[in-house]
Design a protein around this ligand. Structure first.
Ligand SMILES: Cc1cc2nc3c(=O)[nH]c(=O)nc-3n(C[C@H](O)[C@H](O)[C@H](O)COP(=O)(O)OP(=O)(O)OC[C@H]3O[C@@H](n4cnc5c(N)ncnc54)[C@H](O)[C@@H]3O)c2cc1C
Length: 286
């Protein structure tokens, strides 16, 4: 592993100065390190400076309500999410997604912010966050800005964060009425491998269904069914299948991936989605 300078600033301004001050853009933020350290080790990135964001006083690991949004601080880990009563009740798919990530040790370190900033198409929390209409609060030396999560992902490893910007929090709107949600994923080996397909479905009691899927293209995709078909418990399997097929138009799995063939991923996506829609519907009333 190539040597790098390790910095652990207490103040946000100092962290931003360190990230902005690096002329060739080789300074990288570090949260749990479960993605970053692996990439430094395998040489795919070679930062001159690593800026640990866990000491930043302005960054929190709180999950709290602020101005009608549920705000999740940049230091919040997967374990924090799984344990939070509100997340489990109102954002069930996100609690389930967090519980799928890696192993206990990984979940104790891995942050939600790190999961989306890594921008893997297979990131487990991305579909649930998209289905819940999440937005990213980014902060840089020029100030703060809000990025809808759907505008955040570009492709594997690339987001719309500007150089030197940090994610300070991720926010989700508070639910209106009842909602049922489900996270589903397919993997070759639990705890050791990323998802071959990852999916979230959220159905509300007004008949809107948000379906989000990952690992079947360069970035996670959000599709919305506002025809009421997927939310309708009397809809036939054929009607549900047909509607899902329309929503999966953006699914384009890589033909060269070592994890699974495109045919397998698409077949699994269809099966998992039908089950997830049924389970999400059942959860609305429960
Ligand atoms: C054994 C193993 C199993 C895994 N299993 C899964 C799995 O099942 N599902 C899954 O989705 N992932 C999995 N991962 C990947 C990883 O654990 C997650 O993506 C994790 O959430 C990353 O968070 P982190 O805090 O460790 O991020 P880090 O590794 O610290 O950072 C990840 C990226 O985000 C950037 N970054 C971090 N914080 C910020 C911030 N606040 N602002 C701006 N940029 C930031 C870093 O510079 C880096 O580019 C696994 C990893 C390992 C090693």
């Amino acid at each position: 592993m190539r040597a790098f300078v390790y910095e652990r600033p207490d103040r946000l301004a100092d962290a931003l100065a360190l990230l902005a001050g690096d002329d060739d853009g080789a300074a990288r933020p570090l949260a749990g390190g479960t993605d970053l350290i692996i990439r430094i080790r395998d040489g795919s990135i070679r930062p001159a400076t690593v800026v640990d964001v866990k000491g930043i006083e302005e960054f929190s690991s709180d999950i709290r309500i602020e101005d009608g949004w549920l705000r999740i601080g940049a230091r919040t880990t997967m374990t924090d999410l799984m344990r939070d009563e509100r997340i489990r009740r109102d954002y069930t798919a996100l609690a389930e997604a967090a519980a799928y990530v890696g192993s206990v040790q990984i979940r104790n370190r891995a942050t939600l912010a790190g999961n989306i900033c890594n921008a893997s198409p297979a990131a487990d929390t991305a579909p649930a966050l998209l289905a819940f209409g999440a937005r990213v609060i980014a902060v840089g030396q020029g100030g703060r800005r809000v990025i809808p999560l759907d505008d955040f992902f570009v492709r594997s490893g690339v987001t719309t964060l500007a150089r030197g910007e940090l994610v300070e929090a991720i926010e989700m709107p508070l639910p209106i009425g009842d909602r049922g949600s489900v996270h589903a994923r397919r993997t070759r080996r639990r705890g050791h491998d990323l998802a071959s397909v990852t999916l979230a479905v959220a159905i509300d009691d007004r008949g809107t269904t948000r379906v989000s899927y990952g690992s079947v293209g360069p970035r996670p995709v959000l599709a919305v069914d506002d025809t009421g078909t997927l939310a309708d418990p009397t809809a036939t399997d054929d009607a549900v299948r047909e509607r899902l097929e329309e929503l999966f138009v953006a699914a384009a799995p890589s033909p060269t991936s070592m994890r699974a063939s495109p045919e397998y991923r698409l077949a699994m996506l269809r099966v998992m989605a039908i089950r997830a829609v049924r389970d999400a519907r059942e959860r609305i009333a429960s």
